[in-house]
Design a binder for this molecule. Structure first.
Ligand code: NAD
Length: 276
């Protein structure tokens, strides 16, 4: 396995298993951060309209000058733009900012149940996919009940669900449900926003393997089959976070990390309640 290792979605398209997340990456440094990541071998960038840095991502992609089919780009429709027509408009704006004529993956950022528009929003994503403007379509922060409804009402199964997932919040029940639907699991805040790097159990594994805590956690995600998008703006950490293909966690290591899971381990908002 190396940094260009891909997983295959149920729609037949592939995604590099490791990518760079750019939430909270300032707009004016995003281009440089993206260029640094692409130079380090990353081939997958995760942004969103609400991050305010799609234009920076577009500039970084352009500066790197890689062939379009060698880079995988994801963005997400923000909650206030849910609904069929509003989503089509939001998609156009995102593509324009990214300076792309086709996207690899478009996600509904949150179900936002109080708005009750996610089925209509999904129909817009299906339209965009059918028109060839986005290759694959998926969701983020969806619970099984939201997914059941999407699938029941449209017959179209998302390729992926991007959810909070890290050693302290392992989402085992949700992962089992997603496996049953052949929906890939993408882990957001994979390092627990950096808060898990000083965990004694993780530090011990880092010492055992001669690696850093971040590398141990990213490696855990890869071995669990997650698509993983750690964020950093620091060039040395961007490189470090991708240098995770030269070692392997053994069964005892995986067991030690499994024990870090907590019922109250969630750091971000609960999807059923998040209606910002
Ligand atoms: P993360 O778990 O990736 O942690 C990032 C933080 O960890 C950094 O800001 C830095 O402080 C620290 N860090 C990173 N690499 C390090 C290293 N090698 N050594 C020491 N410290 C290091 O957190 P995140 O940014 O919340 O999540 C990653 C990505 O997931 C985001 O950028 C975004 O693309 C996505 N995301 C999506 C949603 C969603 O609702 N869909 C929500 C949150 C994040």
């Amino acid at each position: 396995m190396s940094i260009d290792h891909t997983l295959t979605f149920h729609d037949g398209h592939t995604i590099p298993q490791l990518g760079l997340g750019v939430w909270q990456t300032p707009a004016d440094t995003t281009a440089q951060v993206v260029e640094t990541a692409l130079a380090a071998g990353y081939r997958h960038i995760d942004t969103a309209a609400i991050y305010g840095n799609e234009a920076g991502v577009g500039q970084g992609l352009k500066a790197a000058g890689l062939p379009r089919d060698q880079v995988f780009v994801t963005t997400k429709v923000w909650n206030v733009d849910q609904g069929f027509d509003a989503t089509l408009r939001a998609f156009d704006l995102s593509l324009q900012k990214l300076q792309l004529d086709r996207l690899d993956l478009y996600l509904i950022h949150w179900p936002s149940p109080a708005r009750d528009l996610y089925v209509e929003t999904w129909r817009a994503l299906v339209r965009l996919r059918d028109e060839g403007r986005v290759r694959s379509i998926g969701v983020s922060n969806f619970e099984p009940a939201h997914l059941d409804r999407l699938i029941q009402e449209t017959g179209v199964v998302p390729v992926l669900n991007q959810v909070e997932l890290h050693p302290q919040f392992q989402q085992r029940a949700l992962s089992d449900y997603l496996a049953g639907q052949r929906i890939a699991v993408q882990a957001w805040s994979p390092l627990g926003q950096g808060k898990l790097l000083s965990s004694p159990a993780i530090e011990a594994l880092a010492k055992k393997h001669g690696r850093t805590p971040a590398q141990v956690i990213i490696r855990w995600h890869l071995q669990r089959g997650h698509i993983v998008i750690p964020k950093s703006v620091t060039p040395s950490r961007i490189v470090e976070n991708a240098d995770v293909f030269g070692f392997e966690l053994d069964a005892a290591d995986l067991h030690a990390i499994a024990a870090l899971d907590r019922d109250d381990g969630r750091i971000g908002p609960h999807p059923a309640k998040a209606d910002f």
